[in-house]
Design a protein around this ligand. Structure first.
Ligand code: NAI
Ligand SMILES: NCC(=O)COP(=O)(O)O
Length: 346
């Protein structure tokens, strides 16, 4: 449990050291506004972090710490870096990941989760990993979300993308499109709505969340003419969730228009049925501001909305906006969660 009153401590994983992770982390932590909000500790390879600072022309007081607990001794000006698995200069070439960098990337996530579960840090914020690279090194999880669910022993993890004018949660995440309909269930959709509403209340300060649920077929099935998932599954889940939960839940809405209304303030979040249905509108609107948040875990986790971007890694071209927003949102969620707990309402 985080200590009440202390500045939020955020464990920031560097992600794939051969991607844009080191650069966006270095750039985010050079922003005085981000530093004002939290005490960061970078979990990753100091060589990659120093190289990123150099490419960006950032003068950071990098302090390598030997144990996670030493983060508490860091001054506000320093950037503490903890490295659970050392790499060499030749391992961290931009755009050239190896099995060794894949193992290191995984160790950063494991370490950040352990530190946060032990209360050394208050939240985890992750820079991007490359799923294909991790998979080819034997990593059995599709992405962070599923790995975090496993590491924390959680029943269900929900991916939510948060942008300035839109929040979107996903019912299915990293699965082939052709499998989506067979994976939709009344229970799965109801749970996603429930986890989304609770998070809006606990971490976003929304007293009575308004949640719009998407259909999956054109025109939300057009009364069964273009598919029956809306009548047989999604509509029933909306009804069940509305009966059970203290939120304003509506749907199934045609997905081609619901985001237009949501980003103009009609809803606090949209529940989308599959990855690209939800991520397409948010990336279109907010690619350099949106944050990926994992809900349903016993810890706070935020992340960038973009990937490893090997095509621009090491060149100082990566926009740090999503990383800044991810660190900042993690700190805000720590504060809002404390506020709810102290009011005795969680
Ligand atoms: N949070 C995470 O760990 C995420 C990881 N990924 C993974 O990243 C890998 C690469 O995925 P892609 O689909 O190629 O997406 P990507 O986001 O890495 O790149 C897509 C395009 O956006 C550009 N781009 C990405 N981030 C940018 C930034 N900060 N500033 C400026 N331009 C940027 C890239 O140069 C590229 O042209 C995949 O393995 C994917 O699964 C993707 C999204 C999130
Ligand atoms: N498109 C979001 C994404 O791929 C990030 O997934 P995760 O690694 O946070 O599970």
């Amino acid at each position: 449990m985080p200590e009440s009153g202390r500045v939020p401590r955020i464990a920031i994983t560097m992600g794939d050291p051969c991607g844009v992770g080191p650069e966006v982390v270095a750039a985010a932590l050079s922003d005085p506004e981000v530093r004002r909000q939290c005490l960061p500790v970078v979990i990753g390879e100091p060589l990659a972090f120093r190289r990123a600072c150099k490419v960006l022309g950032v003068e950071a007081e990098v302090r390598e710490i030997r144990s996670p607990e030493s983060v508490a001794e860091s001054s506000i000006k320093e950037v503490p870096v903890y490295c659970p698995m050392r790499l060499e200069e030749r391992d961290v070439e931009p755009g050239k990941p190896t099995n060794r960098t894949a193992r290191a990337t995984i160790s950063y996530i494991e370490t950040a989760v352990r530190m946060t579960m032990e209360g050394i840090t208050d939240a985890v914020c992750t820079a991007p990993i490359n799923k294909a690279v991790l998979a080819s090194s034997g990593f059995p999880f599709p992405g962070h979300t599923e790995f975090l669910q496993y590491l924390t022993g959680s029943d269900k993890a929900v991916m939510m993308l948060v942008g300035p004018s839109l929040r979107v949660s996903l019912v299915t995440i990293h699965v082939p499109l052709r499998e989506v309909c067979s994976l939709l269930s009344i229970e799965g959709i109801t749970d996603t709505i429930s986890i989304t509403g609770k998070a809006l209340w606990e971490f976003f300060g929304i007293e009575s969340p308004r949640i719009a649920v998407c259909g999956v077929n054109p025109h939300a099935g057009e009364g069964g003419k273009f598919g029956r998932e809306e009548t047989e599954i999604i509509g029933r889940a909306v009804k069940r969730a509305s009966d059970m939960l203290p939120f304003q839940i509506s749907g199934p809405h045609p997905a081609d228009t619901v985001f237009f209304h949501a980003c103009r303030g009609a809803y606090d979040a949209v529940v989308a049925m599959y990855h690209d249905q939800g991520l397409l509108p948010i990336k279109l609107l907010h690619f350099h501001e949106a944050v990926n948040v994992t809900l349903g875990l016993p810890l706070i986790r935020t992340s960038v909305d973009h990937g490893t971007a090997y095509d621009i890694a090491g060149k100082g071209l990566a926009h740090p906006g999503s990383m800044k927003a991810a660190v900042s949102l993690a700190a805000k969620m720590v504060g809002q969660g404390r506020h709810r707990r102290e009011a005795g309402r969680t």
